[in-house]
Design a protein around this ligand. Structure first.
Ligand code: RIB
Ligand code: CA
Length: 312
């Protein structure tokens, strides 16, 4: 039976790559997308991106719910466009969507979907955790109804990407992240510890383009801006973040992990947004997070290629 998932996302170039992987993978059934600020401060733009991506591959049937346009407490920092372009998809224009988001906001869509399917739904988060935190504020017992939470976010033993210690999704809303990590559910965390190990160079991305389908061409086109951003940061190749969260569900055997209690710094002047692994149980909390630490990136990229090839 496929694992039924709700994807909370800020699409976003690597989000788009992850959503396409999910839609091409029989191991998961996408029940809906909920959209959150992050790669842009315009959550309605990101929602249009989500709708456009779904329609492009003939999945306009999947509901999209719009969520928070800003963090729980502080203002949005506004730097997502440096990596994802002004329109969130590397300034590549997709055919405008003909479908609309559902009327419910993301938090209520998450609550209603999970309560209607107790223990069946896995929450997959690819952006800041604001929508999940808002759902928890409304229903603190939400974890009782959720199968598990799989996230792209955080950095335990790896350097941060928006500060020396903080990863973007957690840094964008540390208060939300702290609520989510301490809500009582089991978490799988695809943080920078593992995502920085999955590089895609232009030879590989050109291979996706040369599959000959529109999906492969789309991935090539939207990654042009993303690759240039990584080059500007001094990296030889782009890094694939969000697809790691999906691949951890599709092929868990590709990954190694360690089970540890993770908490989030919310007030440190230098450390705000840091995710901290309590390896020696000094905080006296039970572990709740499977921190992904290693990945077979060759097998990952081979399967990613094969799955993209199955889409229109
Ligand atoms: O730090 C990487 C994360 O931030 C990814 O989810 C990317 O899409 C951005 O949201
Ligand atoms: Ca993302």
């Amino acid at each position: 039976m496929p694992e039924r998932i709700l994807i909370d996302t800020d699409p976003g170039i690597d989000d788009a790559m992850a959503i396409l992987l999910a839609l091409a993978s029989p191991e998961v059934q996408v029940e809906g997308l909920t959209v959150v600020f992050g790669n842009s401060g315009d959550v309605n733009l990101l929602a249009r991106n989500a709708l456009a991506i779904l329609e492009l591959v003939g999945r306009g049937d999947i509901p999209v719910a719009v969520g928070s346009s800003h963090p729980l407490v502080r203002a949005y920092h506004g730097r997502g466009s440096i990596v994802h372009g002004d329109n969130g998809l590397g300034n590549v224009e997709l055919p405008p969507p003909t479908t609309l988001p559902v009327a419910q906001n993301a938090a209520h869509f998450i609550i209603d979907t999970c309560l209607a399917n107790p223990g069946e739904i896995t929450l997959v988060t690819l952006g800041p955790l604001t929508n999940i935190a808002l759902a928890l504020r409304i229903r603190p017992d939400l974890p009782r109804f959720v199968r598990r939470l799989v996230m792209m976010g955080g950095a335990i033993s790896a350097p941060g990407n928006v500060s020396p210690v903080a990863e973007a999704n957690v840094h964008n809303d540390p208060e939300a992240a702290r609520l989510v990590f301490n809500a009582g559910w089991e978490i799988t965390m695809a943080g920078l510890d593992v995502t920085m190990q999955v590089h895609m160079d232009d030879e590989y991305l050109g291979g996706l383009r040369d599959i000959g389908n529109q999906t492969g061409r789309l991935v090539w086109e939207i990654t042009r801006f993303y690759v240039a951003a990584y080059h500007s940061f001094g990296y030889a190749n782009m890094v694939v973040h969000d697809s790691c969260a999906l691949m951890a569900i599709i092929r868990p055997e590709f990954f190694t992990s360690k089970f540890v209690y993770v908490d989030v710094e919310t007030s440190g002047e230098l450390t705000r947004g840091q995710t901290i692994g309590d390896w020696r149980r000094q905080y006296r909390h039970e572990p709740q997070t499977h921190v992904l630490t290693g990945v077979d990136d060759i097998a990952f990229k081979q399967l990613y290629y094969e799955r993209i090839a199955t889409l229109p």
